[in-house]
Design a protein around this ligand. Structure first.
Ligand SMILES: Nc1ncnc2c1ncn2[C@@H]1O[C@H](COP(=O)(O)OS(=O)(=O)O)[C@@H](OP(=O)(O)O)[C@H]1O
Length: 390
């Protein structure tokens, strides 16, 4: 009898939530049982640490679209800058209008080197902090090709396998320039020393600090699973995290690592490897505890279905295409190093509303950031990059 009453109560709650389109937040206590935690409200104060070559531009596009949907304010790079001071440690002054606005921005997601004390001067106290990591093996290969012309260590070697065969020959930690991309780049982005000794006490203390500072760490290798976890955590709708893959490379500019060199990356970037392993574990634990695998894959499938439908609606080609084939220069992604960064063409004759939606999905980082800058600061000089007008 008691069970029947409880069951009816649950059905009632679920019906009301559906009726009023409320987002609900469940926590899985043990298999088959869920406890209701109360309605959740979409989080709108968000700091995303945009790590390098980790699918972070795709996440940024999601955040920019959410910003526009709710008319939020982004902490954008001041003046003509494109990043928040990277690779220097972040300072509040790198943000446009920081002195007049103080800690009242909603979204922060441009590349920066994390410095909590300074970020707190910009973001409100109830900000949600999250970031994303990628397996250091594929990350290093991606960085090698993309930063070939920037990192002195990469410039000196012929290809990624030559570099990894004896990285010590090419990598000089005291050399000025962008060698940060050549060793433990994620560790560096979180604000720590990428050349530090891999000492157990030290690495464990850094992992603990990152756990304290960040509410959520996503994994690029499980991007769709990450988006479902993110939208549940932020109490957003699934539609908010539908995305098109941005900043990807053409297969002819992907280098293939030998099996020995794949193992070598784990040693050479051992700090990043530990970071990745640790947060890969906490990622899956989080999913088990908060969503459950069955619910996760139900939502992942739905997300993929929505993505496919939108791609069919928006895109001229079924896959991302080479920059040279992109007709509208406003949608051409920034090119770097030896990488051919891909993008999209939109279908012709889309109605106005669909066109706007589709344009936002494919707008590369720099163009979208410049557009938001002009929108937020109409009286200031525009950044030196053209952007679509919608
Ligand atoms: N959705 C999704 N899932 C998995 N992987 C994805 C996704 N979106 C982007 N990518 C891959 O992420 C790489 C680009 O990363 P970033 O956008 O962080 O690069 S950047 O630092 O901003 O230049 C780049 O990796 P590589 O192609 O190996 O270079 C992208 O292909």
């Amino acid at each position: 009898m008691k069970f029947l009453a409880l069951f009816t109560f649950w059905l009632g709650i679920l019906f009301l939530c559906g009726f009023f389109h409320l987002n609900i937040n469940f926590i899985q206590v043990w298999k088959g049982f869920t406890f209701y935690q109360g309605p959740c409200h979409p989080r709108t104060n968000i700091m995303f640490l945009k790590t390098h070559k980790t699918a972070s531009s795709t996440v940024m596009n999601i955040l920019f679209r959410f910003t526009e949907k709710l008319n939020l304010t982004v902490a954008l790079p001041a003046g003509r800058k494109f990043h928040l001071g990277y690779p220097d440690s972040f300072e509040a002054e790198f943000v446009e209008e920081f002195k007049t606005m103080g800690p009242s921005y909603n979204i922060m997601c441009n590349h920066l080197r994390f410095n909590l004390k300074e970020v707190r001067k910009v973001m409100p106290v109830n900000t949600t902090y999250f970031s994303i990591l990628r397996n250091p093996v594929s990350l290093l290969e991606s960085s090698y090709v993309y930063y070939k012309a920037y990192a002195p260590a990469f410039k000196k070697s012929r290809d990624v396998n030559e570099y990894l065969a004896s990285p010590g020959i090419y990598y000089n930690k005291s050399e000025s320039g962008y060698n940060i991309y050549a060793k433990n780049n994620m560790w560096f982005d979180f604000g720590y020393d990428n050349n530090a000794e891999d000492d157990e006490n030290y690495t464990q203390s850094v992992l603990r600090m990152i756990e304290q500072d960040f509410h959520l760490i996503l994994i690029a290798d499980y991007f769709d699973e990450s988006m479902v976890l993110l939208k549940n955590f932020l109490c957003w709708d699934l539609d908010d995290v539908v995305y098109f893959k941005l900043n990807s490379r053409s297969p002819d500019t992907v280098q293939s690592l030998t099996p020995e060199n794949k193992e070598k990356v784990k040693e050479w970037c051992s700090l990043d490897w530990k970071l990745y392993q640790h947060f890969n574990k906490t990622f899956w634990k989080r999913i088990q505890e908060n969503i459950g695998l069955r619910n996760l894959y139900r939502e992942v499938n739905l997300l993929r279905k929505k993505q496919k439908q939108l791609m069919e609606k928006c895109l001229l080609d079924p896959v991302p295409i080479n920059e040279t084939q992109i007709k509208d220069k406003l949608f051409k992604p920034f090119q770097s190093g030896d990488a051919h960064i891909l993008g999209y063409n939109l279908k012709h004759d889309l109605d106005d509303e669909t066109l706007r939606t589709c344009q936002k999905m494919i707008t590369p980082e720099l163009q979208y950031m410049s557009y938001l800058y002009a929108l937020q600061y109409p009286d200031k000089k525009r950044k030196s990059i053209n952007f679509p007008s919608w």
